[in-house]
Design a protein around this ligand. Structure first.
Ligand code: SAJ
Length: 425
């Protein structure tokens, strides 16, 4: 199949890079977002998200006329839905409202022969059981009159533009002809392998990838607790275990954050609670890791009431500015709950305003008169800190390292007591 005009619904971290990449690879693209402010920002040459290279790509695509942005869909050959699928905080059910309204928005514009692709991470069977019936309200039949596909994105924030093109892409059709249509669409720019399968398999593949990672981090976190109890350095033990040719243990830390790995496993648990005790437990282990970290700080400082603590890093992982679902933020909240007074510094978002968190614009402010410093994110600039400068700013001589980012000898030489996650003391 040949596609000329494409409509992408949702102009966030995935939709906007996808729309612009199609636009710079020969398609006429309309990017749609329900948020009027996002549309205005893009129209005036701005950008509402941070991703290396994206600003230039979007500007090029808009200036050449191949990308337009609007709040309403238009008639097109193909539609891609790339809207968020968060979960409800209370019962962890997937919040599918954005997918439902995107599908409803497409329905009046759907024509015979069109292709519709769902990219949003979704519970198994969403394409068949939720999206198809909405689109069929057009009077057209999915898999007969129009093609319907699920195709997950797998890009890493910070590398989105490159990975979008180079990564392998799974295209799951509700019929083999649908999968072929999806294959033809993504062939416009994907250089990695494009693999055709069915829609529910493709949904499961995405959830399996992120669940695999979550349970493997959970076991690393549990190992950190065991090592602490048994007088072992977990970092040394992991590096020795990983010498085994078929073992690859991931890294313990203050917990698992971001908008993918800490969310997606719940979609399995929600869809089949009777079959997922293990996945649920892994999620709970990772979600309770911030408490374990605060326990470490309590063991090293005694009661936290009135203690001044410098929290280094708030992002959900090293060298990114994304604070969503960040375990570092959770650790700060718990330290404060225990009575500590915390000043937090995030070098990638020094002016971030976060509810209930006292963020400061530079490291010196955070360290000034602190009783203890806690390293929560292994940002490159924290790993190479000059310990003497830290010592000059702080009152106390306690440092807590939750990510194995600091060299124990250097800190001890500077007169500090360095407490490390997963190393008994
Ligand atoms: N983490 C650990 N220990 C580790 C690795 C990670 O504690 O050994 C923590 C990180 O600090 C972070 C969280 O896990 O808080 C998730 O980080 P991540 O780098 O594993 O993943 P994300 O959320 O940045 O991006 C992932 C990517 N998936 C994988 O690396 C398997 C990306 O390819 C996906 O496209 C993306 O999720 C997504 O959209 O699902």
């Amino acid at each position: 199949m040949k596609f000329q005009k494409l409509c992408v619904l949702g102009l966030g971290y995935i939709g906007l890079p996808t729309a612009s990449t199609f636009a710079t690879h020969g398609l006429d693209v309309v990017g749609v977002d329900v948020n009027q402010k996002i549309i205005e920002t893009l129209q005036s040459g701005g950008l509402h998200i941070h991703e290396p290279g994206l600003g230039d790509l979007v500007r090029d695509a808009i200036q050449s006329g191949s990308l337009r942005v609007a709040t309403q869909p238009e008639l097109a050959d193909a539609f891609i839905i790339a809207v968020p699928t968060p979960f409800y905080a209370d019962d962890k059910r997937a919040d599918m409202r954005a997918v439902i309204s995107a599908a409803e928005a497409i329905t009046p514009y759907l024509q015979k022969g069109n292709l519709v692709v769902l990219e949003s991470t979704s519970p198994p069977r969403t394409t068949v059981d939720l999206v198809a019936p909405i689109l069929e309200k057009s009077g057209l039949k999915a898999g007969v009159d129009f093609h319907l596909v699920y195709s997950p994105e797998r890009v890493l924030p910070g590398q989105i533009l490159r990975e979008l093109i180079e990564n392998a892409r799974v295209v799951g059709g509700i019929t083999p002809a649908c999968a072929q249509a999806g294959y033809d669409l993504y062939s416009a720019f994907v250089q990695g392998e494009i693999i055709k399968t069915n829609a529910t398999t493709a949904e499961m593949v995405k959830l399996m990838e992120n669940t695999y990672r979550d349970v493997n981090i959970a076991i690393a976190n549990e190992f950190s607790r065991l090592a602490d109890r048994f007088g072992v350095d977990v970092w040394e033990a992991i590096s020795l275990a990983n010498l085994h040719p078929r073992v690859e243990i991931l890294r313990p830390g203050p917990g698992v954050g971001g908008h993918c790995i800490s969310v997606d496993p719940w979609f399995f648990v929600e869809a089949a609670p009777d079959l997922t005790p293990f996945i649920r437990t892994a999620r709970e282990v990772n979600d309770s890791q911030p408490e374990f970290v605060v326990g470490l700080v309590e063991r090293s400082l005694g009661s936290l009431a009135g203690k001044k603590i410098a929290a280094l890093g708030l992002a959900y992982k090293p060298d990114v500015d994304d604070l969503r679902e960040s375990p570092a933020v959770e650790v700060v909240h718990l330290l404060q709950k225990a009575g500590a007074s915390v000043k937090a510094f995030e070098p990638f978002a020094p002016n971030a305003i976060l509810d209930g968190v006292n963020t400061v614009p530079n490291l010196e402010d955070a360290l000034s008169e602190a009783d203890a410093a806690i390293l929560l994110v292994a940002h490159s600039e924290f790993k190479t800190l000059e310990v003497e400068n830290v010592a000059a700013s702080m009152l106390g001589r306690v440092a807590v390292d939750t990510v194995n980012g600091w060299d124990a000898v250097a800190w001890q030489d500077a007169g500090f007591r360095l407490i490390r996650l997963g190393v008994s003391f």
